[in-house]
Design a protein around this ligand. Structure first.
Ligand code: SAM
Ligand code: SF4
Length: 355
């Protein structure tokens, strides 16, 4: 059968590389040399995880971060305050590792909610055990969740995540929807193994009323097994979904939104495709990252990190921390460069940086 889709044009990196490198302008925001402004803060709160997704973690888990190297709830809240009040951050998302592995997650969120009232506080989670904590998290001030779910086939899930926890994840998705965490998004990493189940996963998400987005797999696995030649790209996914659904391309909701949306069977539901590798959106990237140890990372793919934790513990003022953070973001690179011949994956894997 012919897929019900129009061909998408993929494969053209859209990063601007011709920006002038000069002095940093004297503005409070997190600007970089390419004219981008970071307003979306990702905060990793732990390296620990309840799953071991093959595209992310090693089988034995990441080397543990000792308690004294991990940011405390107070330290996280202080840096979030600096980000919002001094640097123009407009959205905060907690990630990891798995944020639910932190017993004091409610405390982290409520502390941040007090420091930055009105700023959306979101979380990216695998949803294992979420059903038991969703109300306390909402009471603490959590406003949104993105849930990672790659397949609804139990055996396949167990193989991909090395843990038999699908039922807990599905219960977590439903509990989050019942708790009113909207819009509820499910993210699925696109792998050769997940392609076969993509139609079932989309059908399930449509039935549950949650928004599904597929993400191209990036070379951020701890095992360094990623290969460009074996990667399933967005184009192939659209062909496969198009054999079952009528898809109509509607594009991005706004310039910095990573997902390109497709109406499913005439809408109103859509499915998103985040083509991080074949159609990168580095030119519009508005993210800045804090690792669980308190370093600023300007890009997933850059190993350069600026330490705010030790500065904070040595008595730096909020103004000093903001200056360090601005410097880290000014030197952000133009793009991830995955498609260039000289590309080398970063030292840290996705779970160690905070996705
Ligand atoms: N444990 C939480 C979770 O899985 O949602 C939060 C941390 S996880 C590192 C954040 C996101 O990164 C997840 O949606 C996950 O699927 C995605 N991710 C991990 N490794 C990836 C890779 N190699 N390529 C693309 N996305 C990846
Ligand atoms: Fe854990 Fe999330 Fe990485 Fe999977 S993607 S291993 S759930 S941190």
């Amino acid at each position: 059968m012919e897929p019900n889709v129009r061909p998408v044009q993929l494969g053209f990196p859209r990063t601007r590389v011709d920006a002038e490198v000069g002095d940093r302008p004297d503005v409070p925001e997190l600007v970089d040399r390419f004219g981008r402004v970071a307003r979306d803060l990702r905060v990793s709160v732990t390296e620990k995880c309840s799953l071991r997704c093959t595209y992310c973690m090693p089988e034995e888990g990441l080397p543990p971060i000792s308690r004294d190297r991990l940011l405390s709830a107070n330290e996280i809240a202080r840096l979030v305050r600096v980000g919002v009040h001094k640097l123009g951050i407009r959205e905060v998302r907690f990630t990891g590792g798995e944020p639910l592995m932190r017993r004091d997650l409610e405390g982290i969120i409520s502390h941040c909610a007090r420091e930055v009232p009105g700023i959306p506080l979101a979380m990216t989670t695998n949803a294992v055990g979420l059903e038991h904590r969703v109300h306390s998290l909402v009471d603490a001030g959590l406003t949104r969740v993105n849930i990672s779910l790659d397949t609804i086939d139990r055996d396949h899930f167990a193989k991909l995540t090395r843990r038999d926890r699908l039922s807990s994840v599905l219960a977590g998705v439903r509990a989050a929807a019942r708790a009113g965490l909207a819009p509820l998004k499910v993210n699925a990493v696109l792998m050769p193994e997940t392609l076969n189940g993509a139609v079932d996963l989309l059908s399930w998400c449509l039935d549950e009323g949650v928004h599904l987005r597929f993400i191209e797999q990036m070379p951020l696995d701890a095992d360094h097994a990623w290969a460009r030649s074996a990667m399933v790209d967005a184009q192939r996914l659209i062909e496969v979904l198009g054999e079952r659904f009528m898809l109509t391309e509607v594009g991005r909701k706004d310039r910095s939104a990573p997902a390109e949306e497709w109406l499913v069977d005439g809408g109103p539901a859509t499915v998103g495709v985040i083509a991080t590798v074949t159609r990168n959106f580095c030119a519009e990237c508005d993210r800045t990252r804090l690792t669980a140890e308190g370093t600023v990372r300007s890009c997933l793919f850059s190993d350069d990190e600026i330490d705010l934790r030790d500065a904070m513990r040595s008595g730096a003022s909020d103004g000093d921390l903001a200056t360090l953070w601005r410097g880290a973001m000014w030197s952000k690179s133009a793009g991830h460069g995955i498609n260039s011949a000289s590309f080398a994956p970063p030292l840290r894997s996705m779970g160690a940086i905070g996705g």
